[in-house]
Design a protein around this ligand. Structure first.
Ligand code: DHB
Ligand code: FE
Length: 292
């Protein structure tokens, strides 16, 4: 049986790609953000995942406003990083796991979800940046299965629905006969708004409560409908739905192994959390669960 080793949730701002390309990780603006990943990489080295399931939102690279699936699952052998127009360098492609993808899709459909199945799929900064932050040499040691959630064009799936999607993905992992070590990634958020009258909006109190809730009361945010989440977290802050799905995909109670929260990176309140079901894994990070 496959083992879910933990969940990693992070923001994904395009400017991070520019900072990586220019080697700016130690500059004062960037250091509090990049330093947050040091304990995560220490943990990863011993946790040794070989399959990543990444919940994220596409920003117009693979899906545009004319065709916008609520949920889409990758079933490709390879996912290509392509120029998406932010001026950030592309990365090496990601190796997929089509056999597992089809198991996941069949399991989701049996669970009454209706995902779009993508045998060809390009991935944008919401996939490439978390991966580059976890594996800076960009020689991906894992296979990747992307699970895309529409956080871009209304109507959005509710938080409750995203929680259920994550739980269903977790069940699919448990019923997969392979022996993969699976890391769940949730990419997006936290509070930010890029346009309109509230451009630049950030809500630290809400973000911190949301982060805590993933440990103590994971369904807390499901009390808000999509408009209320926009009110609380900003138009693009709804990307936190990917964090929620990734958390829901982890079986049982989880421990916070590490977290970081830093305002702002570009227009975004950047957040990072590492969660695992197994409390003994905490020793390997060499770090606590502080909020910067
Ligand atoms: C920014 C944040 C995002 O999540 C995104 O997809 C694009 C830009 C930003 O803060 O600049
Ligand atoms: Fe985004």
């Amino acid at each position: 049986m496959a083992t879910t080793i933990g969940g990693l949730t992070t923001s994904h701002v395009p400017a991070i790609g520019g900072a990586i390309a220019r080697g700016r990780q130690q500059e004062p603006y960037w250091k509090p953000f990049f330093d947050g990943f040091v304990p995560v990489r220490k943990w990863l080295a011993q946790a040794a995942p070989d399959l990543v399931i990444i919940f994220y939102n596409d920003h117009g690279l693979n899906f545009f406003l004319d065709k916008m699936p609520t949920f889409a699952v990758g079933a490709a052998a390879e996912y290509v990083s392509a120029d998406e127009g932010w001026g950030i360098p592309t990365t090496a492609s990601f190796r997929g796991h089509p056999e597992f993808s089809w198991h996941l899709i069949e399991s989701l459909v049996a669970d009454e979800f209706d995902p779009v199945t993508c045998q060809e799929m390009r991935v944008d900064h919401a996939v490439t940046l978390p991966m580059a932050l976890l594996w800076p040499d960009q020689r991906w040691p894992v296979r990747v299965v992307p699970v895309c959630i529409n956080t871009v064009q209304f109507p959005l799936p509710s938080a409750r629905r995203c929680f259920r999607l994550g739980s269903a993905v977790g069940r699919a992992v448990q019923s997969w006969p392979g022996n993969e070590r699976v890391l769940m990634i949730g990419s997006g958020g936290l509070s930010h708004q890029l346009d309109g009258e509230r451009a630049g909006f950030i809500n630290r109190a809400f973000d911190l409560q949301f982060m805590d809730s993933l440990i103590t009361d994971p369904q807390w945010v499901t009390r808000f409908d999509s408009r209320q989440i926009v009110e609380q977290a900003g138009t693009q802050g709804v990307e936190l739905l990917s964090w929620l799905a990734a958390r829901a995909a982890l079986p049982g109670a989880v421990t916070r192994l590490h977290s970081n929260y830093h305002i702002p990176i570009s227009n975004t309140a950047s957040g990072l959390m590492l969660m695992a079901s197994d409390p003994t894994a905490r020793a390997a990070t060499g770090a606590g669960g502080g909020v910067a």
